[in-house]
Ligand binder design. Structure first.
Ligand SMILES: NC(=O)N[C@H]1NC(=O)NC1=O
Length: 171
């Protein structure tokens, strides 16, 4: 627990566009457009309402934009340089900061195979999956086709977004 004060929904509803996109701009990694696109829908009833609107934005993106959103995510167990604080904390929660040499090599090798096959990085909600689940998920999802993986990746982006929202707004 960070001990950070959570915002009440009425505080969120009184934000300007600039304040809103500053605070919510990384709910979807490096994609402040998702926050920008939902602001006009306030007043929000609660945090789940904001999440649903962000999910709708993602679902309405064309396929190439969905792949672009996935590309905005850093590889798990990749370089730590330039990681957003959100991603860094999530990777830590999954135990990625304390992988054995063998686990790190395996994760990087599978991430590379995944990128080579699909052209975008493997995305999974690290707060909900520990190291072994991520390694198993990589192995399993490598067998899918690209349509399945765009769908799986976007569903994971939604899960990541919900947990990021819960760290900003009361629920
Ligand atoms: N590649 C990938 O899944 N990265 C994301 N996962 C997560 O929980 N945070 C991220 O940045």
């Amino acid at each position: 627990m960070s001990g950070k004060t959570l915002l009440a929904i009425h505080d969120v509803n009184s934000m300007t566009f600039e304040q809103f996109t500053t605070v919510f701009g990384n709910v979807v990694e490096h994609c402040s457009l998702c926050a920008a696109a939902v602001w006009q829908h306030r007043p929000f009833t609660d945090v789940d309402h904001i999440h649903q609107l962000i999910c709708d934005v993602l679902d309405n993106f064309p396929n190439d934009a969905k792949q672009g959103v996935l590309c905005l995510h850093p590889d798990l167990a990749g370089s730590v340089a330039g990681l957003t604080s959100e991603s860094q904390n999530e990777q830590k929660a999954a135990g990625i900061d304390s992988l054995t040499q063998d686990e790190r090599a395996k994760m990087q090798e599978r991430n590379t195979s995944y990128r080579e096959k699909f052209g975008f990085p493997f995305v999974i909600c690290a707060r909900k999956n520990k190291t072994q689940a991520i390694l198993d998920g990589l192995k399993l999802r490598l067998q899918n086709n690209i349509e399945e993986e765009v769908r799986n990746g976007v569903e994971q982006v939604k899960e990541i977004a919900l947990l990021r929202l819960f760290s900003i707004v009361e629920h």
